[in-house]
Design a protein around this ligand. Structure first.
Ligand code: NAD
Length: 276
């Protein structure tokens, strides 16, 4: 099963399918990531906020894979948006992961009511120049937030990691990302498991002999987004990985497009200003 790579705007390659570890308890993370690596995943999405970077690093080291065979993303936690705090937080992330440089480092949330995310982005630019991350990007940035970075800073974010799933298809923001060379990463790609019971998706899945999760992941992949579904159940980890030996037809894509109801599960980035 070969996972395609996507080339980011600075030339770095990222596997289009990865494994997400939000809500995987720290004590279970090493085993969960070990399973994902055994199944064949080579891209792990974590964050300082998830509290499990150490387990991610341990599993990768114990896997026998070399460092450059596994792509690691982590994210700046909300309490560290000040310039110096952001630089220190990335050093701590690299230390906890046990790596010289993380592959991709993101501002987790823009927190527009808290401080100035432009200053935070300038810290990430400095860290990138210093080799602390192979690529830098953002998460949960709306168009207006991205526009400020485009107008006021040097480096265009490599990715914007945003909530996207069949109930929240985000086509306008995805189009804005792509116009500016920013790759969309779709978080909660399975709508946190809710799509499994969707009647329209179940119907086309049954007709094709695939599962609703596989149909939904294919929908994302064929739209060009990067995904990293999360599961701690081995059979689901395998199921979510086996999505490269079939394709959705235009009609099947249209059937999944039709379930959109512009409904978020997560917070609205324009008003979310939470600091843990
Ligand atoms: P998801 O859409 O990946 O759904 C995960 C849940 O779906 C699992 O807990 C499980 O209950 C169920 N599931 C998974 N595979 C299944 C299968 N094959 N069949 C049936 N049920 C299945 O949701 P998520 O974990 O919220 O998102 C994935 C990743 O996105 C996270 O782990 C994290 O890395 C990232 N994320 C980022 C942000 C952000 O703010 N940047 C926010 C949320 C998630």
């Amino acid at each position: 099963m070969t996972v395609p790579n996507i080339t980011l705007n600075n030339g770095v390659s990222i596997p289009q399918l990865g494994f997400g570890v939000w809500q995987v308890p720290p004590e279970d993370t090493r085993a969960a990531v070990a399973t994902a690596l055994e199944v064949g995943y080579r891209h792990i999405d974590t964050a300082e906020m998830y509290g499990n970077e150490k387990g991610v690093g341990e599993a990768i080291r114990e896997s026998g894979l070399s460092r450059d065979e596994v792509f690691i993303t982590s994210k700046l936690n909300n309490g560290f948006h000040a310039y110096d705090d952001a630089l220190k937080a990335l050093d701590k992330t690299n230390e906890d992961l046990g790596v010289e440089q993380v592959d991709l480092f993101l501002i987790h949330w823009p927190l527009p009511g808290v401080g100035d995310f432009v200053e935070t982005w300038k810290a990430l630019e400095k860290a990138y120049a210093d080799g602390k991350a192979r690529a830098i990007g953002v998460s949960n940035f709306q168009q207006a937030h991205l526009q400020r970075l485009l107008d006021e800073t040097e480096i265009v974010p490599a990715v914007n990691q945003i909530e996207v799933h069949p109930y929240f298809s985000q086509n306008a923001l995805r189009a804005f990302n792509s116009e500016h060379g920013i790759v969309t990463e779709a978080w909660s790609p399975l709508a946190q498991g809710k799509i499994v019971d969707d009647p329209a998706i179940t119907k086309i899945a049954e007709a094709k002999g695939r599962t609703p999760a596989q149909m939904t992941l294919r929908w994302h992949l064929q739209r060009g987004d990067i995904v990293f579904p999360k599961s701690v159940t081995r059979s689901r980890v395998e199921e979510n990985f086996h999505v490269f030996d079939f394709e959705l037809s235009d009609d099947e894509i249209a059937a999944i497009d039709a379930v959109n109801r512009d409904e978020r599960i997560g917070p609205d980035p324009d008003t979310f200003n939470w600091i843990p």
